[in-house]
Write a protein that binds this ligand. Structure first.
Ligand code: SAM
Length: 454
């Protein structure tokens, strides 16, 4: 008998296996009955959006994309918004939401939910989707009211500071005991979709691929393909004409590209921490911005900066996006190369929440009063998401006079509800989480919008 025979040898665990084991254990407790479908999405082919390049042949590109059946996301948002505002009173009355909210009749909410589940058969066509808007609208509103009724602080938090052996993702839900700190929130009702930003996707359930981008008459590429999750953090940033913007962790440059395609900012600083990463930003910009040196870099409209973002101490920024390094969940279950679950990267992985918090704290200190900060990750981990937002705000509250308001985007996000799948809002305290799913396989993307008010 040969004990080392292949059939009796244990299969060696890859970093992807390790990541998946970890997620199975941790996320199944967070997402419960939704975890199997999120998991399935994570392991399957992800869905892309095509962001039209205004510096190539934009009109031609748009009509080509429409010819192959892609849909302009701005139009989808507008249709949904129109439907909601036309029917707001009717919808609200029909389900008597106010009464439920005030008297806390959970059983009523439960029966509405059952209703919704019965009706909400996943649909593949746009028209049918729109006719489902009423149901979905109610679901979101109902879910919101319930979450406000039984607001639970589910967030697990470990000692993050100065302690090597704190564990990465504790299993048990433990709230922030012993803190008076409770940040203000205010609700936003609308998203402004920049008129020059043209982003295309295929309808729900359509898994076609976009063909790779091609060069147009100006010698730059016609569109940029990225995970659809990336769009919402940038919309949440609410870029306005004349803004000075900092993208703290910019490489490879997807979100910087989106920001530039609004045609709004006066100046964008795209920063990253290593030369190889800023080179990637440079390469992307060279492929997409016509006459990069003369028209962009020399005129200071775009600066590609190489710094540890925690050391950026100057610049009066209107908007800052902090798209931090994280466990990159989708990448971690699929790609062995550069995997953060590699045994030799454990320390780095365990330190992520600390680094993320420091980056967000720095952003909050750097942004102008009245300006916005959007924090985002591509992880499902509540520690790296709401947990980091909480830690950063707590630190700001303890150490400075700065005041921050969290923006509750639930109502504004109804516009996106047709093409994005969000995690149950009851799981979130601050931000919003796009979860992978087989029908709409974007994300994961977590984002939280904050405004500095003092
Ligand atoms: N925003 C990018 C996009 O949309 O294409 C993706 C950013 S990626 C999730 C995170 C980036 O953070 C990496 O490129 C990494 O090099 C960078 N990073 C890590 N630590 C950093 C630090 N201390 N300061 C600035 N950037 C950092």
């Amino acid at each position: 008998h040969n004990a080392s025979h292949w059939s009796v040898q244990k299969k060696k665990k890859t970093s992807c296996d390790r990541a998946l084991d970890h997620f199975d254990e941790f996320y199944s407790q967070i997402f419960a009955k939704d975890w199997p479908s999120i998991r399935h999405g994570l392991l399957s082919k992800q869905k892309y959006i095509a962001v039209v390049n205004n510096f190539s042949d934009a009109d031609q590109t748009k009509s080509n994309l429409e010819k192959i059946g892609a849909l302009n996301i701005r139009t989808l948002f507008q249709l949904q918004k129109q439907y909601i505002s036309d029917n707001y009173e009717k919808l609200r009355q029909k389900y008597n939401l106010k009464r439920i909210w005030k008297s806390g009749e959970e059983t009523k909410v439960e029966s509405i939910r059952n209703d919704i589940v019965q009706n909400a058969k996943q649909s593949h066509s746009l028209e049918h989707n729109l006719s489902q808007a009423e149901i979905d609208f109610t679901r979101v509103i109902a879910a919101q009211d319930v979450s406000y009724l039984n607001l639970t602080e589910f967030m697990p938090v470990t000692k993050l500071k100065g302690n090597e052996d704190w564990i990465a993702e504790p299993k048990h839900v433990d709230d922030y005991k012993g803190s008076d700190f409770s940040p203000k929130t205010s609700r936003e009702f609308d998203f402004h979709f920049p008129e020059n930003l043209n982003v295309y996707c295929y309808e729900v359930g359509n898994h076609n691929d976009f063909s790779p981008p091609i060069n147009g008459t100006t010698g730059v590429l016609n569109y940029y393909l990225m995970d659809g999750g990336s769009l919402l953090p940038v919309l949440a940033l609410d870029v306005k004409p004349g803004d000075k913007i900092l993208d703290m962790c910019a490489a490879p440059g997807g979100k910087s590209y989106l920001i530039l395609q609004t045609l709004y900012p006066d100046q964008l600083i795209s920063n990253d921490v290593t030369k190889s990463r800023t080179n990637r930003v440079h390469n992307v910009m060279k492929q997409y911005l016509y006459d990069l040196e003369e028209k962009w870099l020399n005129q200071n409209k775009l600066r590609i900066s190489l710094m540890d973002a925690r050391d950026i101490h100057e610049g009066d920024f209107d908007k800052i996006i902090v798209d931090v390094p994280c466990t990159t969940d989708r990448h971690s279950v699929k790609e062995t190369e550069n995997n953060i679950f590699r045994p030799d990267r454990i320390k780095e992985r365990l330190k992520l929440p600390e680094l993320q918090t420091e980056l967000l704290v720095q952003a909050i200190k750097l942004v102008k009063i009245g300006g916005n900060v959007v924090y985002s990750t591509c992880s499902l981990s509540p520690i790296q998401n709401d947990g980091v937002v909480h830690l950063a705000l707590k630190q700001i509250w303890e150490e400075t006079d700065i005041q921050i308001t969290i923006k509750d985007l639930n109502v504004a996000l109804l516009q996106a509800d047709k093409i994005y799948k969000f995690a149950d809002q009851k799981l979130m305290k601050y931000g919003h989480l796009i979860v992978p799913n087989l029908q709409i396989n974007f994300g994961p993307t977590y984002f939280c919008k904050m405004q500095r008010i003092k």
